[in-house]
Design a protein around this ligand. Structure first.
Ligand SMILES: [Mg+2]
Length: 233
């Protein structure tokens, strides 16, 4: 059985980890990037920008890519306004999630997202789990100098330092397996929250896979109960 009774803290990703990105949010992302480039004063109509966002999402799976290329913009320039214009309310909140956080009350939580901190604050609040994260434990990409999880130790080391825990006490939860390679190398327990894009056979740097965040928290809680039962015997 999965033994997670030693886990004291979790470093969470946000999008597609604590909730699932749905068609309505994808639409909101297209509308948001179109509005953002128009607001920035670039010479394009909202309708044309929206068309490019649609093509970008369909062909490149990255909503902002074609508009970045067209206007020679960097991700950093678009990061804050793009996320500010996105609508968190299109995501249905799952009531299992706050209950699962509440039940596994011994855990400390850090969130590190490649989105912006403002987006993370709004979404955590909307999902009903904001109270489980201290304000100093929530990081947007802009708070870690745009160092991404697949190529930098920054997210992992920042999370460990905020919690004051050792790597072997902490779990790193993500929906993209490549973002788990560095946490694995640094000695954390790595968990993939399943997503259709992900490999069916687990890569060596992924310890566990769960369907969603609530299932992960339930598994930690079960491990804890199991190990206290064993200790009493
Ligand atoms: Mg994600």
């Amino acid at each position: 059985m999965t033994d997670l009774s030693h886990i004291q803290g979790v470093i969470w990703d946000l999008d597609d980890t604590l909730y699932s990105v749905n068609a309505d949010l994808k639409r909101s992302m297209r509308e948001s990037v179109a509005k953002t480039v128009v607001d920035m004063g670039h010479s394009i109509s909202y309708e044309e920008a929206l068309k490019l966002a649609e093509e970008s999402q369909a062909v490149h799976r990255l909503t902002v890519r074609l508009l970045l290329e067209k206007f020679n913009l960097t991700h950093e320039e678009l990061h804050i306004p793009f996320h500010a214009n996105m609508d968190h309310s299109v995501i249905p909140a799952d009531e299992r999630l706050p209950l699962a956080f509440e039940s596994a009350g011994h855990l400390d939580h850090v969130l590190v997202t490649h989105a912006s901190r403002d987006w993370a604050l709004r979404m955590l609040d909307h999902l009903g789990i904001a109270d489980f994260f201290r304000p100093e434990a929530i990081f947007g990409l802009e708070n870690i100098d745009f160092e991404k999880k697949e190529s930098s130790e920054r997210a992992t080391k920042t999370g460990l330092s905020v919690m004051g825990l050792n790597p072997d006490q902490v779990m790193f939860a993500e929906d993209r397996d490549y973002n788990l390679a560095i946490p694995h190398r640094l000695g954390l327990t790595t968990v993939l929250i399943d997503h259709p894009s992900q490999p069916r056979d687990l890569p060596a740097h992924v310890h566990y896979r769960f369907d969603n965040a609530a299932d992960l928290l339930d598994a930690v809680l079960q491990s804890l109960h199991q190990s206290s039962k064993t200790a009493k015997k």
